[in-house]
Design a protein around this ligand. Structure first.
Ligand SMILES: [Mn+2]
Length: 268
């Protein structure tokens, strides 16, 4: 039987897809080199790449996936590679290659110029993403998914680095990374993806999961600001309102269910 499931690995910002004995580990938005970009502004944070690598390797040891899928924005600098990225990115991929059968990169908007940094044997997909086991549509989220992905049961995207902002009566404010799970309108997605979708089939809504960034230093887009609904979210899926964000379920990294996004809206 072809039973498969998608399971966030709470408290880690990582997703495990399984089909029978096959497993794929999905992580997104590492933004290797982010600290280096910050140092240009005089803020010095030690390189986090080693720490991220240890966390990924720990997950690989714990779950033994045969596939590791990096869902975009492995590196930070857009369209080029900074000096430190020339060192960190290849080392990172070499270590991953040694610990898992196959490493796949689904590129994000920050992955321009990454090719020369990749060791041989890393599979690089297009920005329109990939379909896994017929059922899962994986893409970064800065571009429309390919038409094939609309025939899946679950779309998994990143790019937004979703967060929720909460404050207590004294005004202390916390920002937490979250998982967002909601529905996408297949009709709207097809309109966006365009004529390549003509003649294709499945009807009804499509489940969509927005992953938190694996890099825990990064900021992200708050899903519960007051101007929720009017403001511009990033990526064509949210901009086109193909995904109904307000009715989406929001979970903290540890798995705590916070409720529907629209019930979390706050004003400051
Ligand atoms: Mn990103």
């Amino acid at each position: 039987m072809n039973r498969s499931k998608a399971m966030p690995l709470f408290p880690h910002p990582a997703l495990l897809l399984t089909r029978g004995r096959e497993k794929a580990l999905v992580i997104a938005d590492l933004h290797i080199g982010w600290e280096m970009a910050l140092s240009e502004q005089g803020i010095h944070i030690p390189s986090q790449t080693g720490r991220f690598l240890e966390r990924v390797l720990g997950l690989i040891r714990a779950h033994s996936p045969s596939l590791l899928i990096l869902l975009g924005d492995v590196k930070h600098t857009i369209a080029k590679a900074e000096m430190a990225e020339w060192r960190d990115v290849p080392e990172f991929f070499e270590a991953l290659k040694r610990s898992v059968r196959e490493v796949i990169l689904v590129p994000g908007n920050h992955d321009g110029g990454i090719d020369p940094l990749l060791p041989s044997g890393i599979r690089v997909m297009g920005a329109s993403g990939m379909r896994l086991w017929g059922r899962y549509g994986l893409f970064h989220g800065h571009a429309w998914p390919g038409p094939d992905l609309l025939e899946c049961d679950l779309l998994v995207m990143a790019h937004m680095h979703p967060t929720v902002s909460l404050s207590d009566p004294l005004g202390f404010r916390i920002v937490q990374q979250v998982w967002v799970r909601g529905k996408c309108d297949r009709g709207r997605l097809r309109e966006g993806v365009g004529e390549r979708c003509e003649g294709r089939g499945k009807a009804g809504d499509l489940d969509c999961l927005i992953m938190p960034s694996f890099n825990d230093f990064l900021g992200g887009q708050s899903i519960n600001r007051e101007d929720f609904g009017e403001r511009e979210y990033i990526g064509p899926i949210l901009r086109s309102r193909s995904m109904e964000l307000g009715g989406s379920d929001v979970y903290m990294l540890d798995g705590t269910y916070l409720g529907k996004a629209k019930a979390l809206i706050r004003s400051d």
